[in-house]
Write a protein that binds this ligand. Structure first.
Ligand code: AMP
Length: 260
């Protein structure tokens, strides 16, 4: 399999991928997308930068476009930042629909989120605490027609501090849904996730057991809070603007070197 079309994704999704500079599916996408489209539950051990977000977002968008309604999919993630990143990918890849998403995380106005959820967005991306809080209020969000549950970064999600909220959230979800679980490691926490009712899942693990892709360069700068914006400006200035996916002389190179 060498392109998204062969994965039996709708044409609009293949085009959407091309617009984003995604021409060849990554290994996790090749393995998991057909399984999801076949209605299987999936457990994927996914490296950062492996393309796992698209591995679940693309087949969800495919199914959503056949019968668009809300709330269709719920993505649970341990941090606010991840929630926003996932929402961005859904927006970008689902732009032709267009997909309506809602990020449900702490630190945002509770009433506003509640009103947004009343409008039945297609995809909800949430951290456990805030979603559990909203489910506990009068007029809780309607999750009864949910088709997909995605516990993302499950090794962190299933840490003890989230367990009460997660159990409560899971108790509100229909059991007929598909569950797509992704995790950097298949830790004890993940294997203990018995509330999840995963049904004969398709399991995908990367070989080698590393937790980041080899080409990914991770660096950090330790600094006082007050100079953070200045440092950020400097770093971004050094890295330069993102390469344009199409038409750029380096487009081919971008495909091969997924993320730097
Ligand atoms: P993730 O592992 O989901 O955090 O994805 C890492 C980055 O790779 C994201 O910026 C995606 O837009 C990008 N990406 C995902 N799949 C592909 C692909 N098949 N080809 C090129 N880039 C991709």
């Amino acid at each position: 399999i060498d392109n998204f079309h062969e994965l039996k994704l709708a044409k609009w999704i293949v085009n959407s991928c091309a617009t984003m500079g995604m021409k060849k599916p990554t290994p996790i996408q090749k393995a998991c997308i057909p399984a999801v489209l076949n209605g299987r539950d999936v457990i994927g051990s996914a490296l950062t930068g492996s393309g796992k977000t698209a591995a679940f977002a693309l087949p969800i968008l495919h199914r959503l476009s056949e019968n668009p309604y809300g709330i269709f999919a719920l993505v649970l993630t341990p941090t606010r930042e991840l929630a926003f990143q996932i929402a961005e990918q859904f927006q970008a890849l689902g732009a032709p629909l267009p997909v309506r998403d809602c990020v449900v995380v702490g630190g945002l106005d509770l009433m506003k989120q509640s009103i947004e959820l009343d409008r039945l967005p297609h995809v909800v991306i949430a951290t456990p605490g805030r979603l559990a809080g909203l489910l506990n209020r009068p007029r809780p969000p309607k999750l009864s027609k949910l088709k997909f549950l995605v516990p993302d970064e499950a090794d962190r999600l299933f840490e003890k501090r989230f367990s009460k909220d997660l159990s409560f959230i899971f108790s509100k979800l229909p059991t007929t849904r598909q569950t797509l679980l992704f995790s950097a490691t298949m830790s004890y926490n993940v294997r203990q996730s018995k509330d999840l009712a995963v049904n004969e899942p398709f399991v995908w693990t990367n070989e080698g057991g590393e937790t980041t892709v080899k080409k990914l360069v991770e660096e950090y700068l330790f600094m006082p809070m007050s100079v953070k914006p200045t440092y950020l400006y400097k770093v971004l200035d050094k890295v330069g603007p993102r390469k344009q996916p199409s038409g750029s002389p380096n487009a081919q190179e971008d495909d091969e070197e997924l993320i730097k």
